[in-house]
Write a protein that binds this ligand. Structure first.
Ligand SMILES: [Zn+2]
Length: 503
């Protein structure tokens, strides 16, 4: 299929107000064939999309970090620190085992929201409670395949008992002690079998639009052997490895309280194991030290910044400028619909462009609009290990979004970068294309029956809501012990702070 975007403007940081002169862009098959071309004869293309001289064609947005299994829980929880929030996010309760259809629907909810608002690629770090069954893996990947988004899927499964993932917990009720010391729901050998299923069945599906990656969830949640096995899998297939690192102050203090880390930070521990490299997605990197950042820079790993999630969970402010100054690629992510609480990237882009002003550092250190867009596109491409993404250039995959510059966000037109970062909220999107196929147009996803899927999801999760509440309520006796642990970490002087104000 050949599609001609006629009469569009492109983002050009070097040009006045950041936009190119009006031009045409030809997409041939899955790739951008030419930009700035003399208009081909109308008969030579299958479709002409008219940009009317005022539609902006930019790379599709890249959501570099996401967990689809909570897509149906947006807005459901109060603001809480991560360690208290996680009992809402993923109670390991048998009653919550999803059917394949539920997994398909909840994945689709996020994908539809992303496509409508111009996000064309997502890295889904899917935690599948209680364990990643092949039919659930298939349901997630099938949803991504059907709706047309570019997706990389990993299995975010802890492998160690709960007590080994946290600083000491005191005051755990007797009835819960066995549960928090019990092994994780699935041992490493079985998890690796599920990975074999994921890679064999889905890696490279739909012409490479669907890919598999690996996830340790976080270094403290797995054994070194399992970590190394996943890293090898990632190396063999040339795909990313996802690792949440130093998202919270609790995680920073873990190293000083748990003997297995020998006083090293989670980044230092991972690096000393030889498991930090250019395939690693260091997710969050909020409570990182200078030494951690030097190690990340030396290995070529990418940091994935989730600023809305960090605000929602009170995690702290990621040190943007020290990371940029070291040349570490920064990508942007939603993190999760239950702690964002949307699956669109515009609110992430805007927050990334705002939150770093709270550091009190000089304004020259705050992210510029161009830097935020660089993180969105080039950083996202680096995280995905797919450097051709995030560009409107001949030969690159045709993952594109068309924005109407006559919308309120861009009227009048002052500066494209500034207005993309601080003004646009997804309402100017008129068309989304992935891999050369139009997947959303006029605020509707065109690849699937969006209304029917949304209606089915409403009905399905309405039925599930009481079950979820019951599973969450069942964990209430643990709250005092977790709250005390979080508070102890908050009060510990560690010689740095990522919070604004008091402590
Ligand atoms: Zn995450």
């Amino acid at each position: 299929v050949r599609t001609l975007f006629r009469g569009v403007v492109l983002h050009d940081p070097a040009a006045d107000r950041g936009i190119s002169p009006v031009t045409d862009v030809l997409v041939d098959g899955t790739r951008i064939a030419a930009t700035h071309l003399p208009p081909p004869e109308a008969g030579d293309v299958d479709r002409v999309v008219d940009g009317h001289g005022h539609h902006l064609l930019v790379p599709g947005l890249i959501n570099a970090h996401f967990h689809s299994p909570a897509n149906h829980l947006k807005g459901a929880i109060p603001g809480l620190p991560l360690e208290l929030f996680m009992r809402f996010e993923s109670p390991a309760d048998e009653s919550l085992r999803p059917t394949p259809r539920e997994a398909y629907l909840r994945t689709m909810l996020g994908a539809l929201e992303m496509l409508r608002t111009g996000t064309t690629a997502v890295q889904d770090d899917a935690f599948l409670m209680p364990a990643p069954e092949p039919e659930i893996i298939d349901a997630i990947c099938q949803a991504y395949l059907d709706c047309g988004i570019r997706a990389t899927v990993a299995l975010d499964q802890p492998e160690l008992p709960e007590v080994d993932k946290l600083p000491p917990l005191s005051g755990v009720p007797a009835a819960w002690r066995a549960a928090i010391q019990a092994p994780a729901p699935m041992p490493a050998a079985d998890l690796l079998e599920r990975y074999a299923h994921l890679f064999t069945t889905w890696h490279g599906a739909a012409g490479g639009r669907i890919r598999a990656a690996v996830s340790v969830s976080a270094p403290q949640r797995v054994s070194p052997d399992y970590f190394a096995a996943l890293d090898e899998l990632s190396c063999t297939h040339g795909t990313p490895l996802y690792a949440h690192m130093l998202e919270t102050k609790v995680q920073r203090t873990l190293a000083t309280t748990h003997p297995r880390f020998g006083g090293r930070s989670l980044v230092g521990w991972t690096d000393d194991l030889g498991l930090l490299n250019e395939r690693t997605n260091v997710i969050h990197a909020v409570w990182v030290s200078d030494d951690d950042l030097d190690r990340i820079a030396a290995t070529g790993a990418t940091v994935v910044h989730n600023p809305v999630s960090n605000l929602r969970l009170g995690s702290g402010i990621m040190p943007w400028r020290p990371i940029r100054d070291r040349g570490i690629p920064i990508a942007l992510g939603v993190d999760e619909a239950i702690c964002n609480d949307a699956a669109d990237m515009w609110n992430v882009v805007k927050t990334a462009g705002l939150v770093h002003t709270l550091t009190g550092e000089p304004p020259g250190t705050w992210p510029s609009a161009d830097e935020v867009l660089d993180a969105l596109w080039a950083g996202g491409a680096a995280a995905m290990g797919h450097p051709e993404l995030g560009r409107v250039e001949p030969g690159c995959p045709a993952d594109l979004v068309l924005l109407d510059l006559h919308s309120p966000a861009f009227t009048p037109l002052n500066d494209i970068a500034g207005q993309l970062v601080w003004c646009e909220q997804g309402r100017s999107v008129v068309l989304t294309m992935v891999d050369g196929a139009v997947v959303a147009e006029a605020s509707r996803v065109t690849t699937v029956d969006e209304s029917a899927l949304m209606a089915e999801a409403r009905e399905c999760f309405e039925r599930r809501r009481p079950v979820w509440h019951k599973a969450v309520d069942a964990t209430a006796p643990l709250v005092p012990a977790y709250a005390a642990m979080v508070e102890r970490a908050a009060r510990t002087d560690i010689g740095m702070s990522r919070w604004v104000g008091g402590r």
